[in-house]
Design a binder for this molecule. Structure first.
Ligand SMILES: *Cc1c(COP(=O)(O)O)cnc(C)c1O
Length: 458
């Protein structure tokens, strides 16, 4: 076999020619390949990727039931935005919005939107804060050129992104060593008549705790009564919005609190749907600035849209509805409690090792374990993360906290639906082994550390 055509003929019969050839990677290919070759090419690339089941860094769903997967697979050809052609999908979106509004204790009729994730939901929610602030300011004859938004250093990067993209001054409350959430005393000095809103987090990416939302709400109510400043509170419940209603149903953080005007939640985190689906829910219809809603009739029927994207898949909306009706409050509670129980067990095991300190384990928290080393060791948290991943394929990130707590390094393990008791036992043993190895070799080598890529921000 020497000529290219002989090689191609053999590859067609016995396998993939990219077993020995470089894959297309720079130039747009002149000719294609067979479907089987293309499939193998992609699959072989992905074989080198991390195993999602051992990715304890991500908050995003890595497992769904086979029945849900079937719904997803059967609806990949449906464009969500085409409400004229797919009115049942549009109705199912509205059902999800109503059910979430009910879960979050909306007082009455409300509105909301399906988004690609919490990031889009936050952009839209914060835009609505900005537009409503402008209307308020114009009504009182004030200037509208210096809007600001108040939030803590414990927020996700999307909040700073919003401020930069949409020209709003971020007023960020710094964290402190040992204090990784914010409360009313932190935000009070930053609020003025140009504050479009305050954003508080329910379940931070860093340690899984919530800001003092009740305290911040009380402060804003007081400001309204005493100074006539009506500053809305937006809750970033990307993770917590599907956790608190089930694990801490009596702890108010949602529309039970007067100044909470909008909430975002990621369906693809604890909503237990594959990426990308998120939700934005308003307290009342009037909390959505009407100027942000566009009417269009391209697709055969006049329709209103309030999104940053236009065309997108329907599958994850349908999968979200599947989960809501499949699990209900009881099912979600069962799953969240299991995760919480296994997170507690992992926490106990880490504490028993005598070298780790758990961060805020007695507070309301997402089902995860946030921990750090105590005492003197020849290795640090980054070394442990590297060793665990190299030896056992576990992805457990180590990261430094945001300012002014940036001298604190934390590790974090998400305990998800598929993290069984057996996995917890194994992970704990693997962490112990990683520490033993690191102690023996005096920490990870610089070259090893340089290869560490796992970060906190999913
Ligand atoms: C994940 C996360 C986001 C971003 O959400 P996506 O759904 O990934 O866009 C925002 N805020 C918090 C608190 C998060 O945990």
């Amino acid at each position: 076999m020497t000529t290219p055509s002989e090689i191609n003929a053999a590859a067609a019969l016995y396998g993939n020619r990219f077993v020995t050839q470089e894959v297309p990677s720079r130039e747009f290919p002149d000719v294609g390949m067979t479907a089987v070759d293309a499939m193998r090419l992609v699959a072989e690339d992905l074989a080198l990727e991390g195993e999602p089941g051992r990715n304890l860094a991500t908050f995003v769903t890595t497992w769904m039931e086979p029945e849900a997967q079937r719904i997803i697979a059967e609806n990949l050809h449906r464009n969500f935005i085409d409400h004229a052609e797919y009115p049942r999908t549009a109705e199912i979106e509205q059902r999800c919005i109503r059910m979430l509004a009910d879960l979050f204790h909306a007082p009455g009729e409300t509105t909301g939107a399906r988004t690609q994730g919490s990031s889009e939901a936050i952009m839209l929610g914060a835009l609505s804060l900005k537009w409503n602030w402008r209307t308020r300011r114009q009504a009182e004859g004030g200037s509208t050129d210096r809007p600001n938004l108040v939030f803590g250093g414990d927020v996700h990067v999307v909040w700073e992104k919003f401020c930069r993209y949409f020209d709003v001054e971020p007023r960020i409350v710094p964290l402190q060593r040992g204090k990784y959430t914010i409360g009313p005393g932190d935000v009070a000095p930053h609020i003025d008549e140009n504050t479009i809103g305050v954003a508080a987090v329910l379940g931070t990416t860093f340690t899984g705790h919530r800001d003092d939302i009740v305290g911040i709400n009380d402060l804003l109510v007081q400001l309204k009564q005493e100074r006539g400043l009506d500053v809305p509170l937006h809750i970033d419940g990307a993770s917590g919005g599907f956790v608190w209603p089930f694990l801490y149903p009596d702890s108010p953080w949602d529309f039970r609190l007067e100044q909470v005007r909008s909430i975002n939640v990621s369906g693809h985190k604890f909503g237990l749907v594959y990426p990308g689906i998120g939700w934005l829910i308003f307290r009342e219809v009037s909390d959505l600035a009407p100027d942000l809603v566009f009417m269009e009739n391209y697709l055969g029927k006049t329709d209103s849209t309030f999104t940053l994207n236009f065309s997108t898949g329907s599958a994850m909306v349908l999968a979200q509805y599947y989960n809501l009706v499949r699990y209900g409050r009881q099912g979600y509670t069962y799953i969240m409690r299991n995760m919480q129980e296994n997170a507690r067990l992992l926490g106990d095991k880490l504490e028993a090792m005598g070298r780790f300190e758990l961060i805020g384990r007695d507070e309301e928290q997402l089902p995860l374990v946030a921990f750090r080393l105590t005492g003197d060791h020849p290795y640090n948290e980054f070394d442990i993360a590297w060793q665990l991943s190299a030896e056992r394929g576990w992805m457990v990130p180590a990261y430094t906290m945001p300012p002014d707590a940036h001298d604190v390094t934390i590790m974090r393990a998400l305990v998800k639906e598929t993290m069984s008791r057996e996995h917890v036992d194994t992970l704990a043993r693997d962490i112990e082994d990683a520490c033993t190895t690191l102690a023996a070799k005096g920490g990870a080598h610089e070259s090893e550390r340089a290869r560490m890529v796992v970060g906190p921000g999913h």
